[in-house]
Design a protein. Structure first.
Length: 366
């Protein structure tokens, strides 16, 4: 009990010191704070309704309605590794999600019994290998970089998942509690999940407004009609699980997005550029760390990397920035630390940095 009180005291003392010493009247401080709120505003407008909200419902469907035995069969620690890891590493190909939107989906399959290894393989590759990102990268930066990024991401996801599985060897408990399996109608659940995934995928595609609105409306109405085919108890479980993910993830996510906005504004370009030039090992390492700390909304990292390459960033650091930036961010790391615990979360962060650095250095020097 007294430790909780000490932590509360330190927190209040830290908040007091922040407001007491921070020069809020200084232009750089004001710009940094404004940048944090601007990123929050952009995130709320562009990524909550069409990305995060449907992702929470997808995760709730997986957690409440999908047969746990089937997930264990293909992704569990007792499944055949040559099936579970490649399947998990390539499963994000149809999704257009950022490093934060992937979290509820990861939580859904992890909670429902998937092994830690396949779940982290999905977590690593999910934001990076969607079709939209691959084609946008190819159009802006060339098919060579896009193809290498795709291959490096899938292979790294399999390797990272295998290492995590070997180190920790556990089923999907994490920060959530498993419950007893109940029977459900497989075809209905599959159609219900498919329509929600369709809404999530279409929301991230660059379609004409009329077509996009029509497809979104059809998938929404279809999912809504199918929801009433389930019993009231099942619908309640689905909504409860979806809300559980939202209230666990959203508050920390918004805090992290605000912090990322402040950091991106406070870190001057003149300081960043000298560290990203060439294809040195240090450059790829710095790009990996920089990408891991920054928040890149879905597809926004492509023009950012393109601009940095025009200013002298090598192709190796560009690949490292893509790999780490897609899968990690400050909001992402805050939430993962809570879901997985410090030991597993920081092991995962370190593996992402190591593999992103290694692939960038190899690609930049071949």
């Amino acid at each position: 009990m007294w430790m909780r009180e000490v932590k509360m005291f330190l927190f209040l003392a830290g908040v007091f010191a922040l407001f007491f010493f921070l020069p809020f009247d200084h232009p750089s401080v004001q710009n940094a704070i404004l940048s944090g709120f601007s990123l929050l505003s952009e995130y709320a407008r562009e990524h909550v309704l069409l990305c995060l909200v449907p992702a929470f419902f997808v995760a709730g469907t997986i957690a409440a309605l999908v047969n746990r035995d089937r997930i264990l069969k293909w992704l569990g620690p007792d499944a055949k590794k040559w099936i579970s890891f490649p399947l998990a590493a390539s499963a994000g190909g149809i999704l257009s999600v950022c490093s934060c939107t992937i979290l509820p989906l990861f939580g859904g399959i992890y909670r429902r019994g998937a092994g830690l290894g396949p779940a982290t393989a999905f977590l690593f590759t999910g934001p990076a290998i969607n079709v939209t990102a691959i084609f946008l990268t190819a159009n802006a930066l060339g098919w060579e970089l896009s193809g290498v990024r795709l291959a490096a991401t899938i292979l790294s996801g399999i390797a990272i998942g295998a290492i995590m599985q070997g180190l920790f060897r556990e089923k999907g408990k994490g920060g959530f509690q498993l419950h007893e399996e109940e029977s459900s109608r497989g075809g209905l659940v599959l159609a219900f999940l498919g329509l929600q995934l369709a809404f999530l995928v279409i929301g991230g595609l660059p379609l004409p407004t009329g077509w996009k609105t029509g497809f979104l409306l059809l998938s929404f109405l279809g999912a809504l009609l199918l929801a009433f085919r389930f019993s009231r108890e099942k619908r309640g479980q689905w909504l409860s699980e979806s809300w559980e993910f939202a209230k666990k993830i959203l508050p920390l996510l918004f805090v992290g997005v605000f912090a990322a906005g402040i950091i991106s504004s406070s870190l001057p370009e003149s300081v960043v550029q000298p560290f990203l030039g060439g294809n040195r090992l240090f450059s790829t390492f710095f790009a990996s760390v920089f990408g891991a700390l920054m928040y890149f909304a879905t597809l926004t990292e492509v023009p950012i990397v393109q601009s940095l390459m025009q200013l002298g960033m090598g192709k190796g650091p560009a690949l490292s920035l893509f790999m780490a930036g897609y899968t990690l961010s400050i909001p992402n790391m805050i939430v993962l630390t809570r879901l997985l615990g410090k030991k597993k979360a920081f092991t995962y962060f370190a593996l992402v940095i190591v593999f992103s650095t290694a692939w960038g250095w190899v690609y930049g020097n071949v």
